[in-house]
Ligand binder design. Sequence first.
Ligand code: AVJ
Length: 317
Amino acid sequence: MPNDILFATDVEPSDILGLALDGLTASPKTLPPMMFYDEEGCRLFYEITRLPEYYLTRTETALLNVVASSRVVEQTRCAVLVEFGGSDETKARILLDRPDSPFTDYVTIDVAASAMADMQQRMAKSHPTLSVETIVADFMQPLSLPLPAGPRMGFFPGSTIGNMDTAAATRFMAAARSILGPDSWFLLGADLRKSPAILLPAYNDSAQVTAAFNLNLLRRLNREAGADFDLRQFRHEAVWNDHESRIEMHLVSTKDQTVTLGGQAIAFRQDESIHTENSYKHTQAALTGIAGAAGWNMEKYWQDVDGFFSVILFRAK
Ligand code: AVJ
């Protein structure tokens, strides 16, 4: 299972229908990216992370290994690692597995309760002395959390922040700042702006796994919201929006057609799209600007030799 998942697999069926209707009756039509991650969607995303074109996961993993083997993390003297969206601990393990890891507590905040319970079991086996706590909550909402005492380090890997526009990313970073408290630190993994010649294949891979991942949304709505999408009449499209500095994923109707869900008819014109995801690609300056507006100073910055991906350590102002 991927650990980049911010949003729930555990959404109530009624919410799925409501969310889908909200998006599909809007103009232009949209569906929220959280909806990708049903069981099959999680499996397909995991497959995406192994694709040769999808440089993000392997580049970030290599960077986190560099971060972990530097002394920077120990020097923060953080005792508590708080992962936002951490229902899969793979990347946290890179930090927690260090022999001189300063962490005594690992806290994850996510809406995917069942995935977090599985994580807790795995961690109990491999890290019996580490205190592992799972908090079922949507961290985009204001929260007051009973976190263990001591300086805390927030952790938000996977470039999940790319799903948020600047305003939402700033809101998230500010919420994290208030949840973590004074003297806190924050380790962010974020994809960087680069040539569309690199970006487009990452979202339009030759094995068509990303296409399957995108189209799986419609299969999910057929199953969970009683919709009747014909998957052969929609195609996956990934485009680079240079002005917004983002990859957009769309599902494009190949003909004029009508789909029903929840007893409501939704009309599609030929070539009309459902906008299913934004994946913003920020520069270092944009990322530190967002963090700065949310109460964080940049302390250290890592990127790979190609400048594809960044890991940034922030400290509360
Ligand atoms: C999990 C949001 C980081 O935007 O690259 C992968 C999701 N979408 N391929 C990303 C995704 C299509 C991914 N994030």
